[in-house]
Ligand binder design. Structure first.
Ligand SMILES: C[S@@+](CC[C@H](N)C(=O)[O-])C[C@H]1O[C@@H](n2cnc3c(N)ncnc32)[C@H](O)[C@@H]1O
Length: 310
């Protein structure tokens, strides 16, 4: 995703710098004979301080944030010499930095983070038990939950999805929003024009056992046919403006649009102007970032609209 109006790009992977602090990260590969051995080895790796473990057939790949700990762990398991992460694509280093994220009742966690080790309730003391767990491997796509635009989209999307609702996720990235909608019982079409994002969305849809409910496509929005009850788009304002007419075409008569990836102020004004027939029904912000729900003209307006926001 490109920087909106020159601001910090809302992209997880753009922040990966193989010469930065994560260059000290190392990974080790531990062979495991069977599932029991894998479980015991994983327990020990967590005790030794691994940041995360990826399970592969017959292998656990564990990442450490300093070389000496990685070496000690490798020696204990008789594993080969740790491999520095700067030898790996920078995006993979960013991937390992993904952390569990709470958005109200929703928990987004990378698959290699042990769920039992999560600081339950740390993100939301009023609601200590997450109602919904999304297991999201960021792969090479945007949408780990680390960026405010994703969190705003999650917070605004969650109340408007549910059984029987048809949802279109434009710019699915990791598929985090599609997985959320699918787990809530909606039927979902996830689309993205970036091949790694399409692949990552597919992986995460499978990972969350939603293959029958979430269809993933690389077709352009112009080639899709609706109608959809909910259309969510976390894309830059320039992209949103280009897609706005298609979004309105694809929406059911009572359909809502959840938009994120925009900045407060002028970009929000541009977004509202791009959907002249719609009413602002919800507006949230996190720092400089804004997220909105736009309803059909018949929707009840918010106080903000009454106060002249639009
Ligand atoms: C900011 S990411 C959003 C990812 C995820 N939905 C989230 O909320 O975190 C925007 C995504 O939109 C995709 N994208 C950009 N232009 C697009 C277009 N015209 N049609 C579909 N996807 C597009 C990008 O490839 C990227 O994966």
């Amino acid at each position: 995703m490109t920087p909106p109006d020159g601001d910090t790009p809302p992209t997880d992977r753009a922040s990966a710098d193989p010469t930065g602090p994560e260059a000290t990260h190392h990974r080790i590969a531990v062979e495991v004979a069977d599932p029991l051995a894998a479980e015991l080895a994983a327990d020990r790796l967590w005790q030794l301080g691994t940041l995360g473990i990826e399970e592969r057939p017959g292998l656990l790949v564990a990442v450490f944030d300093d070389e000496s700990t990685a070496r000690a762990a490798a020696a204990e398991f008789g594993a080969p010499t740790p491999e520095p992460l700067d030898a790996i694509a920078a995006v993979d280093a960013a991937r390992w930095r993904a952390r569990p994220v709470r958005v109200g009742p929703v928990l987004i966690r990378p698959p290699w983070v042990d769920p039992s080790s999560l600081p339950v309730g740390a993100a939301d003391d009023a609601d200590p038990t997450p109602a919904l767990e999304l297991v999201i491997d960021p792969g090479r796509a945007f949408g780990s939950g680390s960026h405010p635009s994703t969190r705003l989209a999650v917070a605004l999307l969650h109340p408007v999805v549910g059984p029987g609702r048809r949802v279109l996720d434009i710019g699915s990235g990791t598929g985090v929003l599609s997985v959320l909608a699918g787990l809530c019982g909606s039927t979902v079409t996830a689309c993205d024009i970036d091949p790694p994002a399409v692949e990552t969305t597919r992986d995460n849809v499978r990972r969350n056992q939603l293959t029958g409910r979430v269809a993933v496509t690389d077709r352009s929005v112009a080639d899709l046919t609706g109608p959809y009850d909910v259309i969510v788009a976390n894309v830059t304002i320039d992209i949103h403006e280009r897609l706005a007419a298609e979004i309105d075409r694809l929406a059911a008569p009572a359909g809502v649009v959840v938009a994120s990836g925009i900045l407060e102020g002028r970009q929000l004004d541009r977004l509202l102007a791009a959907h002249p027939g719609r009413v602002l029904v919800e507006h949230r912000r996190e720092g400089e970032w804004a997220g909105v729900v736009l309803g059909p003209p018949t929707a009840a307006p918010t106080l903000e609209r009454v106060a002249g926001r639009t």
